[in-house]
Design a binder for this molecule. Structure first.
Ligand code: GLU
Length: 293
């Protein structure tokens, strides 16, 4: 009998080049690399640069330099999301064709005003797991004629998922396998908590949620290792994977490195930036130690 060759597991580290890497990224990169090595897996680096205004070639070069300094090696070529907008667009087109997405015309300012007006009457506006207000229902409820006219007039718009219709289309409870730091085992997804999530923005032809699920599938990612701040986003990812017929990786959400006030590190703080720490004479071993490995 011929043995069927077993596919190697595939891990990925997927930073966005919108600022310098900090200790939190170092933890994520080390964990990905270490877990991949102990599983005999492939390890990929993906550059998540769909935000064309905030991502720069300098920050991207910084990612390569920092990882090389940490002696973390990855497979080439690197997938850069900005080179794959057409693929994300076809995923969006499928959701539009299924009648599960609608054009969303409200600006950030309009959403804020709408929410503030509702809350002034004493009714708290529903919020997503990150604390942002859910997208108001106005555009979802818009008449087709009105929608077509607005689109034809060239008004800037995003595309959003019609969450209720999407949940109805799936018609069953969704789960994911979690091996990470908080809750473990089979986790029940709750995509509804996010409301009508954005699928593409007026200033970026995709969204984090669409591009991440598509790339994880296209690159055959079997294990997603990333920070706990993305734990709840996994609910949206499981929904999109199901709607688009994509496989689900195993998820491992790791602890976050926080500042002295317990807040998640931000890319604007230079004192935890890897480049800054390297210039101050710290070694890669010191960085491992600092992130608790
Ligand atoms: N690009 C995301 C970030 O830099 C990570 C996405 C992911 O690992 O799923 O926060």
């Amino acid at each position: 009998m011929t043995a069927i060759p077993r596919q190697k597991p595939v891990f990925r580290f997927a930073p966005s080049p919108n600022g310098p890497l900090h200790l939190g990224h170092a933890l994520s990169a080390f964990l990905n690399r270490d877990m991949a090595a102990s599983a005999g897996a492939r390890f990929l680096l993906r550059i998540e640069d769909i935000d064309l205004t905030r991502c720069t070639p300098e920050f991207e070069a910084g990612i390569y330099a920092d990882l090389e300094w940490l002696a973390i090696d990855w497979e080439r070529p690197v997938r850069r999301q900005s080179e794959h907008f057409a693929e994300y667009q076809s995923a969006l087109d499928r959701l539009v064709d299924l009648g599960l997405a609608y054009p969303a015309f409200m600006t950030r300012g309009e959403i804020k005003t709408r929410v503030a007006a509702a809350e002034a009457n004493g009714t708290p506006w529903p919020r997503d797991p990150d604390g942002s207000p859910l997208y108001p229902p106005d555009d979802r409820q818009r008449a087709d004629f009105d929608r077509r006219q607005l689109l034809a007039s060239g008004v800037k718009h995003a595309w959003r998922l019609d969450m209720s219709k999407a949940l109805e289309a799936v018609g069953e409870a969704l789960f994911w396998e979690e091996t990470g730091y908080g809750d473990r085992g089979t986790i029940a997804a709750n995509p509804g908590a996010w409301g009508d999530v954005v699928l593409s923005r007026s200033d970026a032809p995709s969204s984090y949620h669409v591009s991440v699920v598509l790339d994880d599938a296209l690159q055959g990612i079997t294990h997603v290792v990333r920070g706990l701040d993305l734990f709840h986003s996994t609910s949206v990812h499981r929904l999109l994977q199901t709607l688009l017929g994509l496989p689900a990786p195993v998820y491992h959400h790791h602890r976050l490195i926080t500042d002295e006030d317990g807040r998640k590190l931000s890319k604007s703080r230079s004192d935890t930036g890897l480049c800054e720490l390297r210039d101050r004479g710290l070694s890669p071993a010191d960085i491992r130690h600092l992130v608790g490995l």
